[in-house]
Design a protein around this ligand. Structure first.
Ligand code: SME
Length: 201
């Protein structure tokens, strides 16, 4: 099976355009018995089977994130690649990290339109998630008291605090231009991502 997979790395995929496989990712996927047929992986990006479910997309994104961060100790490089990976996988309107800096969150690596640079503890969805140390799903941002509108096109949001030893080090913020875009699946998989990101701090 591995030789079959590796042979694909030099050829074309019938399902899509020509691709270059990330060999480390392939080996990782092989070890973990990930279904290759569902996905096409390139070195810098993932091209997903358009029929992949949200859960399948997360499964692959988590593995790719793990591979991307393995052997790289630079926090900014890792967070930047994770946001790029998530943006490409899900086409979210905005995805990024806010990093705790004394009494404020400061904008970190992100993908999407320009955003607010500083958020106070307890303010907005991000500051509330920081203060409560809890993930927050906002199906309609206009209904969240104190929501900070960095961009009017953002309609729903999910925020995950990144904790280490029960202390918040950063916030992962995801915005969608659709109402009610986030659910239990996002909560489940972004919590797994949080476990991967936490040791980077
Ligand atoms: N809406 C967030 C602010 C950050 S931006 O959405 C990128 C909030 O209310 O905290």
């Amino acid at each position: 099976r591995l030789s079959h997979v590796c042979s694909l790395s030099h050829g074309h995929c019938s399902r899509n355009s020509s691709i270059i496989f990330n060999k480390r990712l392939i080996l990782l996927m092989y070890r973990k018995n990930t279904p290759f047929d569902s996905y096409l992986c390139t070195v810098e990006q993932i091209v997903l089977n358009p029929k992949a479910s949200k859960a399948q997309k997360y499964e692959l994104a988590l593995k790719q994130a793990q591979v991307l961060c393995e052997g790289e100790s630079n926090l900014i490089a890792n967070l930047a690649n994770i946001t790029a990976l998530l943006k490409e996988t899900f086409q979210w309107f905005w995805v990024g990290f806010y990093i705790v800096d004394a009494s404020e969150l400061v904008l970190g690596p992100f993908q999407g339109p320009v955003a607010c640079t500083r958020i106070q503890k307890g303010k907005g969805v991000c500051g509330t998630a920081w203060a409560s140390k809890k993930a927050i799903v906002v199906p309609d941002v206009t209904k969240f008291p104190g929501h900070i509108a960095c961009n009017a096109a953002s309609l729903s949001e999910i925020v995950i605090p990144i904790l280490k030893n029960d202390e918040v080090f950063a916030i992962l913020d995801v915005d969608s231009d659709r109402l009610d875009a986030f659910d239990e699946t996002d909560l489940k998989y972004l919590a797994l991502l949080e476990r991967l990101v936490s040791p980077l701090f």
